[in-house]
Ligand binder design. Structure first.
Ligand code: COA
Length: 176
């Protein structure tokens, strides 16, 4: 398997949304949190509409200097994506998603290594993760992230059913 980490092109727009959709379906339904498959399906019901595809295309093509969007590709297929932003006060790892059938093969680590040089070395890197997402928490711990103790829910992740994604914050210091 020869996985390449590259900047996405217009041809990758649909693939990036597909990775997100499939990953969300495989990761976020959770009995305790009250999040159902239907909740996730609903969030993605218009994900491939022309408007949303256009929006994603703009996001990918016109990246601002404080944004980094990269993908992992197996041949022509997008199998992973990573999006990071440098804010005034902190670096934020906004998203890192690998297609479920590609988990545990080092692709997440490859994306992390590729995005790391982009971050502002004078600030810590933060990530927000569902508190029941043991796989991601294990992944971030392995990279050196620690739990900041902050727990919260964001209106952006309020589901159709009314359930809220319970989130925790983790951070890593790369300051020089
Ligand atoms: C979390 C995720 C990005 C990790 O990517 P990956 O390519 O599967 O991870 P890697 O193969 O690079 O694994 C690196 C390390 O993560 C940890 N890890 C991986 N899978 C794990 C699991 N199921 N449980 C605990 N730790 C795990 C291990 O320490 C692993 O190191 P090892 O292989 O030496 O044991 C990926 O599984 C994923 O996309 N998950 C669903 C989406 C998601 O939760 N994204 C994060 C949202 S905040």
């Amino acid at each position: 398997m020869d996985i390449k980490i590259v900047k996405p092109t217009i041809e990758d727009v649909r693939g990036t949304i597909e990775v997100q959709y499939k990953t969300w379906l495989a990761t976020y339904p959770n009995k305790k949190a009250g999040i159902t498959i239907d909740d996730i399906e609903y969030r993605y019901k218009d994900a491939f509409s022309p408007e949303r595809l256009k929006k994603r295309e703009e996001m990918i093509v016109s990246q601002e200097p404080n944004e980094k969007y990269i993908v992992a590709k197996d041949g022509d297929r997008v199998v992973g994506m990573c999006y990071a932003v440098i804010h005034e006060d902190k670096n934020q790892l906004e998203a890192i998603y690998i297609l479920p059938e590609y988990h545990g093969r080092g692709i997440g680590t490859k994306l992390w290594n590729a995005v790391l040089p982009f971050f502002d070395k004078t600030k810590d890197i933060y990530v927000e993760v569902a508190d029941y997402n043991e796989k991601a928490i294990g992944f971030y711990k392995k990279l050196g992230f620690i739990d900041t103790g902050r727990r919260f829910s964001d209106e952006r992740f309020k589901m159709k059913s009314g359930a809220m994604l319970p989130e925790m914050e983790m951070k890593i210091s790369v300051t020089q």
